[in-house]
Ligand binder design. Structure first.
Ligand code: GLU
Length: 434
């Protein structure tokens, strides 16, 4: 049975719903805050986002008709710097999802000590069902609906599930066109994850996967796993899953099984991540990949591996899936892939969970580098980006390990506590206005 939410959530009027993602994530964060004994005012501030923006906007479709879309931007916290976080295009995007992801962004940026706050946005749409022109019109109209609720000093969007560099390019161009002349020079920095030729950063596309690989290189040896010899499986083969697998291939790790929205595949001798990524680009999913055997979801989760990497959507791993999983380490590439019930089952079964706010912080970290480059009219080499990313990811991983040891807690709690400790320190200095 799920336990009731912390008193703060009930005081704020939440009606307890154990399946609600926002309540799950906020409860984990608030429990960590209680454990760390951070002041009550900080717990209250973090329990709700600062701003929740919802917009409805019409888009002309290719057939000449119009559709009305619903878009969100949630700005959770800007104590450390401008709100920062991705824009998701997915049919199931909801306010609760976006709120949860914005809270996780606040935690992620604080954990890595980036001078950025947390935000998230999205549009309820299946981008696969839109033509390129429709996608462009939707993106431009959404950006203009957000208007000056985003900006290079205020709130900086980036790619997330269902969005990419091309879409970020359209967002930045639209913002530049609607912003005043005086600010145009700085306006490219309004969005990160842009195409390289238009202010994007070297290494941004692979950044989340690269960051995860840097975290694994610090944490796995202590868990007696050698990345060069390990076997692993991946849930989801989009940006995060495919880049992680392609980079792990260079280290010699063996990709044993993959599952995505089209099916599951296995090859005991290893799946070539580059050729699978090519297959997914051409066909839209892993199903039908010729150099592997098709299996069902049940077999996928029961496949023995050293490391499992969920890199798809939230809440994919519930207590039933957790009971089947046969791995030593679960490294969260996706945001909030495990339900709290799954966490409990995994802990009982001795699976070490490496939390999302650490494992997938590489994306926003290179977004920060892109923002810095835009503002200073600089261009960093990929080698420099990777070196800086490695430094920040290693520091964050060390921080979490040390705190987990010191507090005698799990890695998720330690990651939240490290982020909360930093926010607490800055609130102590700045105070609460007025
Ligand atoms: N959407 C990514 C995340 O969840 C990246 C956010 C960013 O680069 O701002 O971390």
């Amino acid at each position: 049975m799920a336990s009731p939410p912390t008193t703060i959530l009930s005081e704020l009027g939440f009606r307890f719903d154990p399946n609600n993602l926002y309540q799950q994530v906020a409860t984990q964060v608030l429990r960590s805050a209680e454990l760390l004994e951070v002041p009550r005012f900080l717990q209250l501030i973090l329990a709700q986002p600062k701003n929740e923006l919802m917009v409805h906007f019409p888009v002309r479709m290719d057939d000449g008709g119009y559709r009305l879309f619903k878009g969100y931007r949630v700005q959770h916290n800007n104590l450390l710097g401008p709100y920062k976080g991705g824009i998701r295009y997915h049919p199931s995007v909801s306010l609760d999802d976006v709120k949860s992801l914005s809270l996780l962004m606040t935690m992620k940026c604080a954990l890595v000590r980036l001078p950025l706050g947390g935000g998230k946005g999205g549009v309820q749409v299946d981008p696969r069902k839109l033509s390129k022109d429709e996608l462009m019109r939707l993106t431009r109209r959404f950006t203009s609906a957000l208007g000056d609720n985003i900006g290079p000093d205020y709130d900086i969007p980036a790619p997330d599930v269902g969005t990419n560099a091309e879409i970020m390019g359209w967002m930045a161009d639209t913002f530049i066109n609607i912003t005043g002349r005086a600010h145009r020079n700085q306006a490219t920095a309004v969005v990160t994850g842009k195409p390289l030729a238009f202010g994007g950063s070297a290494g941004r596309e692979k950044a989340t996967g690269q960051g995860l690989v840097f975290v694994l290189e610090v944490l796995l040896p202590a868990l007696h796993i050698d990345p060069a010899k390990m076997s692993y499986s991946v849930v989801g083969f989009g940006n995060v899953g495919s880049w992680t697998a392609r980079l792990l291939k260079q280290r010699g790790s063996r990709l044993r099984a993959v599952i995505d929205h089209t099916g599951a595949i296995i090859n005991e001798d290893g799946i070539d991540a580059d050729s699978l990524a090519e297959h997914v680009r051409e066909t839209g999913g892993v199903r039908g990949y010729p150099n592997a055997t098709a299996i069902d979801a049940d077999m996928f989760y029961k496949t023995r591996v050293d490391v499992m990497i969920p890199a798809a959507l939230e809440q994919m791993i519930d207590e039933h899936v957790a009971a089947k999983i046969d791995c030593k380490v679960l490294a969260e590439g996706a945001n909030a892939p495990c339900t709290p019930e799954a966490d409990r089952v995994l802990e009982q079964r001795g699976v070490q969970v490496l939390p999302a706010i650490l494992c997938n912080a590489g994306g926003v970290t290179v977004s920060y580098f892109e923002w810095q480059q835009n503002r200073q009219a600089e261009r960093w080499s990929e080698a420099h980006v990777d070196e800086e990313l490695r430094r920040l990811m290693h520091a964050a991983a060390d921080r979490v390990t040390e705190l987990a040891k010191r507090m005698g807690c799990d890695m998720r709690t330690a990651a939240y506590c490290s982020a909360l400790g930093h926010l607490d320190e800055v609130y102590k200095i700045r105070g609460v206005f007025p």
